[in-house]
Design a protein around this ligand. Sequence first.
Ligand code: MLT
Length: 317
Amino acid sequence: MPDVLIAEDIRGNAVDALSSRFEVTFQPDLWRDPGALATQLAEFRALIVRNQTKVDAALLRSAKRLVVIGRAGVGLDNVDVAAATRAGAIVTYTPDQNAISVAELAIGLMISLARNIPAASADTKDGNWNRRRFWGTELYGKSFGIIGAGRIGFLTARRAQALGMKILACDPLISRDNVMLSELNAELLPLEDLLTRADVVSCHLPSTPKTTKLLDASCFALMKSTALFLNASRGQVVDEAALLTALQRGEIAGAGLDVRASEPPEVSELEKLPNVLLTPHIGALTYEAQDRVTTAICEDVARVLDGKAPLNAVVHC
Ligand code: MLT
């Protein structure tokens, strides 16, 4: 009987190792066809996905043999954990493995925006030498505000701190004596205060009903007109229309977005603004992170198939 169905492009040594012990079917484009996926999944004990496959109640209805769903990544917005639990399948994921890469991308977006690196590079490649056109802003001594102080927020803030920035944090789930805050010498603030004070605001939030469009027009109105806004978490946490208006009106100075409300996004006025940097959800896409993610998810799926407890089960409360 088949064991593991991989419905997205997830490969590497860890997949080979899993295939040496279990019957693994690799169908990297299967996520595009939910009907075909549902039909095939009926046979399998394990499903491994990245962020494209919609693992919802409808899909799980046919998955009578399924015992484990492996999400190769950290966001769980494409997996209905409650439905999986009802269907008797454990959901496991890789909360820490790509955090460094996402943090590095957020810092890259910040430095690129502060120093106009993409525009200066494009202009220079055009044969120009416009030194005075690309004045920038120093980050040293400025305030870096993280909204969401989980692992990725922490790692991003630590890198900002290394640049000499002061760290502000907002997270209703942590308390003032949190060890991470002490390590960062960070101030824990309500959202409004963080938005008012930060020179750079960086989002590190999951997409949930509570965080949907959390960053709206009222938030952008509170930010400094010199502030930069970064989002390498989930696009749904930002009201994109409000962000566009804030940028057009000069309510904030610039934005770096790796994620969008819908992906791929409709082309909008956002794409035309010179003070906006856009990347196509590449935060986790480094060789190192993907190697760790793939290894962790394959090992955890194997543990469940072997009858052991997974290391990173998602608990549904
Ligand atoms: C994550 O959630 O791990 C990253 O956003 C990348 C992905 O969705 O696979």
